[in-house]
Design a binder for this molecule. Structure first.
Ligand code: 13P
Length: 287
């Protein structure tokens, strides 16, 4: 059964570790992440962007697939199914379809409008027992055509949004989606510390988990980050393993063309990446 992300994140915040959000793209992705979470006895959040939602035929299809897998793979660790960077309309659709968690990304709106829309969603998600992530200060890079510049959030605005009663808060601290450029200035721990001080017990979310060095991840967790989003890194691991398989000509040997064989190295590579992240984030054994 899907659960809200509230309890797992409050526990992570209190226990000084972070729960990984791993974005899904298809059946192989979802199965790899769920099996790894179970093997690591770790809570997990499956992230779905609106673009990935469309790709997978819509939110109802995803809910059906994830619920079916949880039952038929015997997954007993806490799993939240979460809309990533949702619009207001997207959040409403996911709530209807049976997601257990949604993000409303109002960071591109003026703060008053972000507050107004987030307030409505706090009320609705509370009534339904779902978790809600809000965002202040756009995350840099490009995701599904939404481009941000990697701002640092205003800690006072973070407090205003946190006080609305959201479950978790994403604050821009110089993080970027996708690969980090060679001249990246690194995370702004000054901003993170200020946001943390203003928002108290609120679990903070670090987007753009791909390529952030391990020491920065650990420092971010020590400053109150309890949820870390990883997407591109699983894609790169899948791509590299699949490329190796084809370049080695394995698809031409025997039944190597069978998708169950062709996609297996990429599947294993996602599993290895997720395991590595769960170990780094400290969520292993915390289910
Ligand atoms: P990366 O693709 O950089 O790992 O970012 C993922 C993310 O933050 C999803 O919201």
């Amino acid at each position: 059964m899907l659960v809200s992300a509230k309890e797992m994140l409050n526990k992570a915040k209190a226990g000084h570790y972070a729960v990984g959000q791993f974005n899904i793209n298809n059946l192989e992705w979802t199965k790899a992440i769920l099996l790894t979470a179970q093997e690591c006895n770790s809570p997990v959040i499956l992230g779905v962007s609106e673009g990935a939602g469309k790709y997978m035929c819509g939110y109802k299809t995803i809910v059906g697939m994830v619920n079916g897998m949880i039952e038929e793979l015997g997954i007993t660790v806490p799993v939240a199914l979460h809309l990533d960077h949702g619009s207001y309309e997207g959040a409403m659709k996911c709530i209807k379809a049976g997601f257990s968690s949604v993000m409303f990304d109002g960071s591109h709106y003026p703060i008053e409008e972000n507050i107004a829309k987030t307030t409505e969603l706090v009320k609705l998600t509370n009534e339904l027992g779902l978790s809600l992530e809000a965002e202040v200060g756009a995350i840099g890079g490009e995701e599904d055509g939404v481009v941000g510049t990697g701002e640092c959030a205003d800690p006072n605005e973070c407090k205003m949004i946190a006080d609305l009663g959201v479950t978790m808060l994403a604050a821009g601290i110089g993080n970027i989606h996708g690969k980090y450029p060679a001249n990246w200035a690194g995370l702004s721990f000054e901003t993170l510390a200020a946001v943390s001080e203003k928002t108290g017990d609120m679990p903070l979310v670090l987007h753009g988990g791909t390529g952030i060095p391990a020491d920065m991840i650990k420092k971010a967790i020590s400053l109150g980050v309890s949820k870390i989003n990883v997407n591109t890194e699983c894609q790169l691991a899948f791509q590299e393993a699949t490329r190796k398989y084809i370049e080695a000509g394995k698809d031409l040997e025997g039944k190597g063309f069978d998708p169950r064989k062709l996609l297996a190295p990429g599947f294993e590579a996602i599993k290895a990446t997720v395991k590595e992240k769960m170990e780094l984030f400290g969520s292993v054994g915390m289910a």
